[in-house]
Design a protein around this ligand. Structure first.
Ligand SMILES: Cc1cc2nc3c(=O)[nH]c(=O)nc-3n(C[C@H](O)[C@H](O)[C@H](O)COP(=O)(O)OP(=O)(O)OC[C@H]3O[C@@H](n4cnc5c(N)ncnc54)[C@H](O)[C@@H]3O)c2cc1C
Length: 289
């Protein structure tokens, strides 16, 4: 059914695609029934309506830097690829498919400051908004003015009064962020560039970037970083199969040696159980699909 629609609308797709190995942060096998890319909201809207008709699950994906596919996924992974970017009035307006480094390059070129904290966080703007990505005491919510969403019912609905939480924005389920308006301030180009370089260097020093990972596995608690909890449990370097708790940053689970998704899942459960025995409830930041 869905293939007929894709062919009729000239939408390229891949079937039984190993998104996990090719795209996701952990680089472990994880097949999706369909993978496709769409770059305009009209086509996205028609596709989502069609998928709804046939009860097909559609998951938005950016770069996959925060996604672990636990099994074969019997649905569609859809990357919305509008990568446009411009300045309109006092806002930077961009498609949610733009990569963060391209967004930052545009901001730097136009001497716009405020988004530098995103430097070195992999992924696209849509993923950053959905996850309310943050670092260095700033979060995506601090710079977003409005977003546009599309789902099977609405096309490019503008939302100004967003509700945010830690690593989360509240949007209706199945919605794609298609576009965002950012509020940034005029700054000094050299200072912006220097701050971006400083954050990237800091990440290189503190994160095990030589191994595939999804960054922080668990959400931090208000009173304590998840890395500290895991370190105190004595789990630094602890491994299951090819998956390991990084010694460099204990909230990073790394694919150290040809890990399988099931190794990572077992390690996540193991850490959660150990934490629970010590009265701490850890919650995954990484999205398990
Ligand atoms: C080395 C490393 C370091 C990292 N450091 C940080 C950090 O410091 N801070 C931090 O917050 N995160 C960090 N991350 C996690 C990750 O990079 C961020 O969450 C990032 O914003 C995800 O973007 P993405 O495009 O890869 O999204 P994906 O991983 O593809 O998707 C993440 C979630 O967003 C949803 N989503 C994606 N695009 C859309 C869209 N257009 N509309 C609606 N939903 C969408 C997906 O369905 C999924 O639930 C790190 C990851 C790695 C690998």
């Amino acid at each position: 059914m869905i293939e007929k629609f894709l062919k009729e609308n000239s939408i390229n797709y891949k079937k039984n695609y190993n998104f996990g190995k090719n795209e996701s942060g952990f680089k472990v096998d994880g097949f999706v029934k369909y993978y496709l890319e769409i770059s305009n909201s009209g086509t996205l809207f028609s596709f989502l309506k069609e998928a709804k008709k046939f009860n097909i699950k559609v998951v938005p994906c950016g770069c996959g830097s925060n996604i672990l596919i636990k099994d074969n996924f019997d649905g569609v992974f859809l990357r919305y690829l509008d990568t446009s970017i411009s300045i309109e009035g006092s806002s930077v307006v961009c498609g949610s498919g733009i990569k963060k480094e391209d967004f930052l390059e545009f901001c730097t070129k136009n001497s716009l400051s405020g988004a530098e904290f995103l430097a070195g966080i992999p992924g696209r703007i849509g993923g950053s908004i959905f996850m309310n990505s943050g670092a260095y005491n700033s979060e995506t919510k601090d710079i977003v003015k409005s977003i546009y969403i599309t789902n099977h019912k609405v096309k490019d609905l503008k939302i100004d009064d967003l509700k945010w939480a830690y690593r989360k924005v509240f949007i209706s389920e199945g919605s794609f962020v298609t576009k965002a308006l950012f509020s940034l301030k005029k700054g000094n180009k050299n200072e912006i560039k220097a701050n971006i370089d400083k954050y990237i260097k800091d990440r290189e020093d503190k994160h095990p970037l030589e191994y595939p990972s999804c960054g922080s596995t668990f959400k931090n608690l208000k009173e304590k970083g998840a890395w500290e909890i895991i370190k105190d449990l004595g789990l630094s370097g602890f491994s299951i199969g090819g998956a390991s708790v990084s010694k460099k940053h204990t909230n990073f689970i790394i694919n150290k040696e040809n890990a399988k998704a099931k190794d990572i899942l077992k390690l996540i459960s193991y850490i959660k159980n150990k934490a629970k025995e010590n009265g701490v409830s850890l919650q995954e930041e990484v999205k398990i699909i």
